[in-house]
Design a protein around this ligand. Sequence first.
Ligand code: PHE
Length: 445
Amino acid sequence: MKRDEFSGFFGVLVATVGSAVGLGNLWRFPYLVGQNGGAAFILIYLAFVLIVCMPIIVSEFIIGRRTNANTVKAFQILAPGTPWSIVGIVGVVAALAILAFYTVVGGWTFDYLVRSVMYVFSKPDLSSLEQQFTQMVTSPVRPILWTILFMGVNAFIVMCGIKKGIEKYSRIMMPVLFVMVVMLVIRSLTLEGAREGLEFLFRPDFSKINTKVVLAALGQAFFSLSLGMGCLITYGSYIPKQENLTKLAFSTGIADTLFAILAGIAIMPAVFAFGISPEEGPGLVFIVLPRIFAQIPLGNVFAVIFFAILLIAAITSVISLMEVVTAYISERFTIKRKITVAIVSVFVTVCASFSSLSQGVLQEVKVFGKTIFDFFDHLSANILLPLGGLSIVIFIGWYLKKEVVYDEYTNQGTLKGTLFNACYFIIRYIAPVAIAVVFLDLILR
Ligand code: PHE
């Protein structure tokens, strides 16, 4: 049977941008910008995306498209008889670890979307909103039910396959997402007092830059671009042979960054206009924004739009994570896609239930000193992703023959290979050093 693939440039783009744009852009990015000095952080982030991350996206695409295989098999094909396929296995584990907490937040988002549709956020009382949030996340049953529903939606899409599932739904969801983000941006910019938020975002204060800020920027770039765990290898394996990988990588990087900045513009002016600290963290989205929505004209409409944005962004990321695991299991054990997705979904839901319970009744259960939820978060973002990213650049830069890399980069010599040398240099020298530094800092902290 012919392996499924994306239909063309736009199809690949909506799927990869869908994977990249997620809670990382809408919640983590604005909050890190807040904590790390605003515009200066953004400038460093942009430099990392452009210089370090774009070539890594290309690398993952090359591994995937060259082999047309899942992330484990891809390494087995390119490096037979070596332990390199462990990188693929680690990627699959990382995907499961991310899913185990990300789907819980997906469930919260679902819950909040329904609440906003039902006009729950009409009382602008911060303490009651805080209570609502704490009550929801700590309750034993409710968030798990929402997580199950959330998983169901994702499972349905992944079951439908690449072209008729992931691509089809991304084609619908991503433009909707974009339009809704723009609406939110306009609403936020027209608030009185918006200017302070914009200054925070766009006027750099270079005295705020230190190593911690630099490292936070690189870590965020990795997470936001879905790098280092085989997600883009798996999607890469469905890219048609004639598509230009460099163009795809650059478009993905730029679109993801655009979404992050738009999210910043949508959220920060509102935060400043209402005199709230930009360092609020997870609560920013679930506690502070509902309070703002309660105070602005048409607030309820915008609350619905906002939580719909979060939900869509979370879905298009979760399906990419599920595809990493699904492609591997169904191809490795020759199990039908639908059955594989069902197995993966049940497994993820069980793990997610434990993360959810660790916010409440299982709060005291600690894994390496962290709650189950935080453990999955830390393990994936801080350990497995940088480790995977480092292995991938070493693989492309030092293990794989340069001719093979060039051949795939230029579509078997049919493209000019613009920027190949710069890209290759970064992959060989700059990216490994940069990642090693971040990684060491993250584990030593
Ligand atoms: N990039 C996604 C986000 O910004 C998270 C993600 C990481 C998705 C790794 C897939 C793989 O939310």
